[in-house]
Design a protein around this ligand. Structure first.
Ligand SMILES: Cc1ncc(COP(=O)(O)O)c(C=O)c1O
Length: 374
């Protein structure tokens, strides 16, 4: 696929319209460039906002997942249930700790893990489930938490793509034993690279703090009780995060505007289906993912994306299912397969103008119409 040209609309763009530069320089001048006060502040303000007791800032959303699995003591012989349609980090981190990912199919409307399929995937070796909340949606957490309670499973919510979405008034990432966030550049709140593990469980929190820092307890330097890593976030990155947090209301308002604008324009384009959100969801949409209805159009998803790119509009495809990738031992999951082949993600970021959203939708409509005409 060719790259996007000048005078174009990128798929994503970080919004740095607050005190990012000032806080970053402040951290730099302070010489606290590894750990430091901005890390401590970020670890206070985000959990406080989400209504969860503890937050551990880490180097990225992938290490947040790895830290969560290690904190739960998950390893060889354990099975962890993951969705059959997902960004790969959860699967890879299950493998990284020596455990086995077991795949559950997704719901055809929400595109998140299907709780009935989770139930079918449970064996005597199952230790945990990782619902990955895709594109701003949130899996059916009340049902999943009830199943996990009855079957004695831990739940790690991967909320990298759904940060600040609320289901029934409760923030994503706060339902499970822990939740993980990513602060990568395209995410709703960014530190460039970064992430956080959220938990209410104080024992788990202290275990993860130790593992984040080489397995070294806070009160005994260079003593190691457990194998640890360096998953720390820097004070420079956290400075960006603190400035971003102060702009959160505007970031969320603008993301909502963009999503709603797409919602009304796309409703008039036959062959395009949006992700289904339940009525009690207040979504914070990370990217506007749409599904091409292959039963309504003759053009392929990849050709639509290529035609948009030629008009200066950058998009992203859905994720490949692990059943397509020989690396993973994953059976065919019909819904994941169907969804994976037909999803693509439209540009969505806080500074995207209404006129640009309208332009994207108009171009998409023309591409689909002209494919009908052939
Ligand atoms: C759902 C999901 N989980 C985890 C990650 C990994 O986060 P990071 O890139 O910060 O490691 C990402 C993407 O970046 C993601 O989309």
């Amino acid at each position: 696929m060719k790259s996007v040209k000048g005078n174009s609309i990128p798929w994503a763009k970080p919004t740095l319209f607050g005190d990012e530069e000032r806080y970053l320089l402040d951290a730099l001048k302070s010489t606290w460039i590894s750990g430091g006060p901005y890390v401590e502040r970020l670890e206070r303000i985000i959990p406080d906002h989400l209504g969860v007791r503890h937050g551990i800032a880490v180097s990225n959303g992938t290490s947040a997942l790895q830290l969560g699995l290690l904190g739960l003591g998950i390893g060889p012989g354990d099975e962890v249930i993951v969705p059959g349609y997902t960004f790969v980090a959860a699967i890879n981190m299950v493998l990284a700790v020596g455990a086995t990912p077991v795949f559950a199919d997704i719901n055809p409307d929400s595109w998140d893990i299907d709780v009935k399929e989770v139930e079918r995937a449970i064996t005597r070796n199952t230790r945990a489930v990782i619902p990955v909340h895709l594109y701003g949606n949130v899996a059916d957490m009340p049902a999943l938490m009830e199943l996990a309670r009855v079957r004695g499973l831990a739940v790690i919510e991967d909320a990298a793509e759904s940060a600040f979405s609320r289901l029934g008034g409760k923030f994503t990432g706060t339902f499970g034993d822990m939740g993980t966030l990513s602060f990568q550049a395209t995410k709703t709140l960014t530190t460039g690279e970064g992430g956080m593990v959220l938990t209410d469980d104080s024992d788990l929190y202290h275990r993860m703090l130790t593992i984040r820092d080489h397995g070294m307890p806070k009160d005994k330097r260079y003593w190691h009780d457990v194998v640890g890593f360096n998953f720390r976030l820097t004070n420079l990155q956290a400075a960006l995060g603190c400035a971003q947090f102060e702009q959160l209301d505007s970031i969320l308002t603008e993301r909502r505007r963009v999503y709603e604008r797409y919602g009304s324009a796309l409703a008039h384009i036959p062959g395009i289906e949006m992700q289904h959100f339940s009525e009690d969801l207040e979504p914070v949409v990370w990217t506007v993912a749409v599904r091409l209805r292959s039963d309504h159009v003759t053009i392929s998803r990849d050709d639509v994306m290529q035609s948009l790119l030629e008009k200066g509009i950058e998009t992203r495809p859905g994720f490949y299912t692990p059943s397509d990738m020989p690396l993973y031992d994953c059976p065919l999951l019909p819904v994941s397969q169907q969804v994976s082949e037909n999803i693509f993600c439209l540009p969505a970021y806080p500074t995207l103008k209404d006129s640009e959203v309208d332009h994207v939708c108009e171009m998409l409509k023309q591409i689909l119409e002209s494919s009908h005409a052939v």
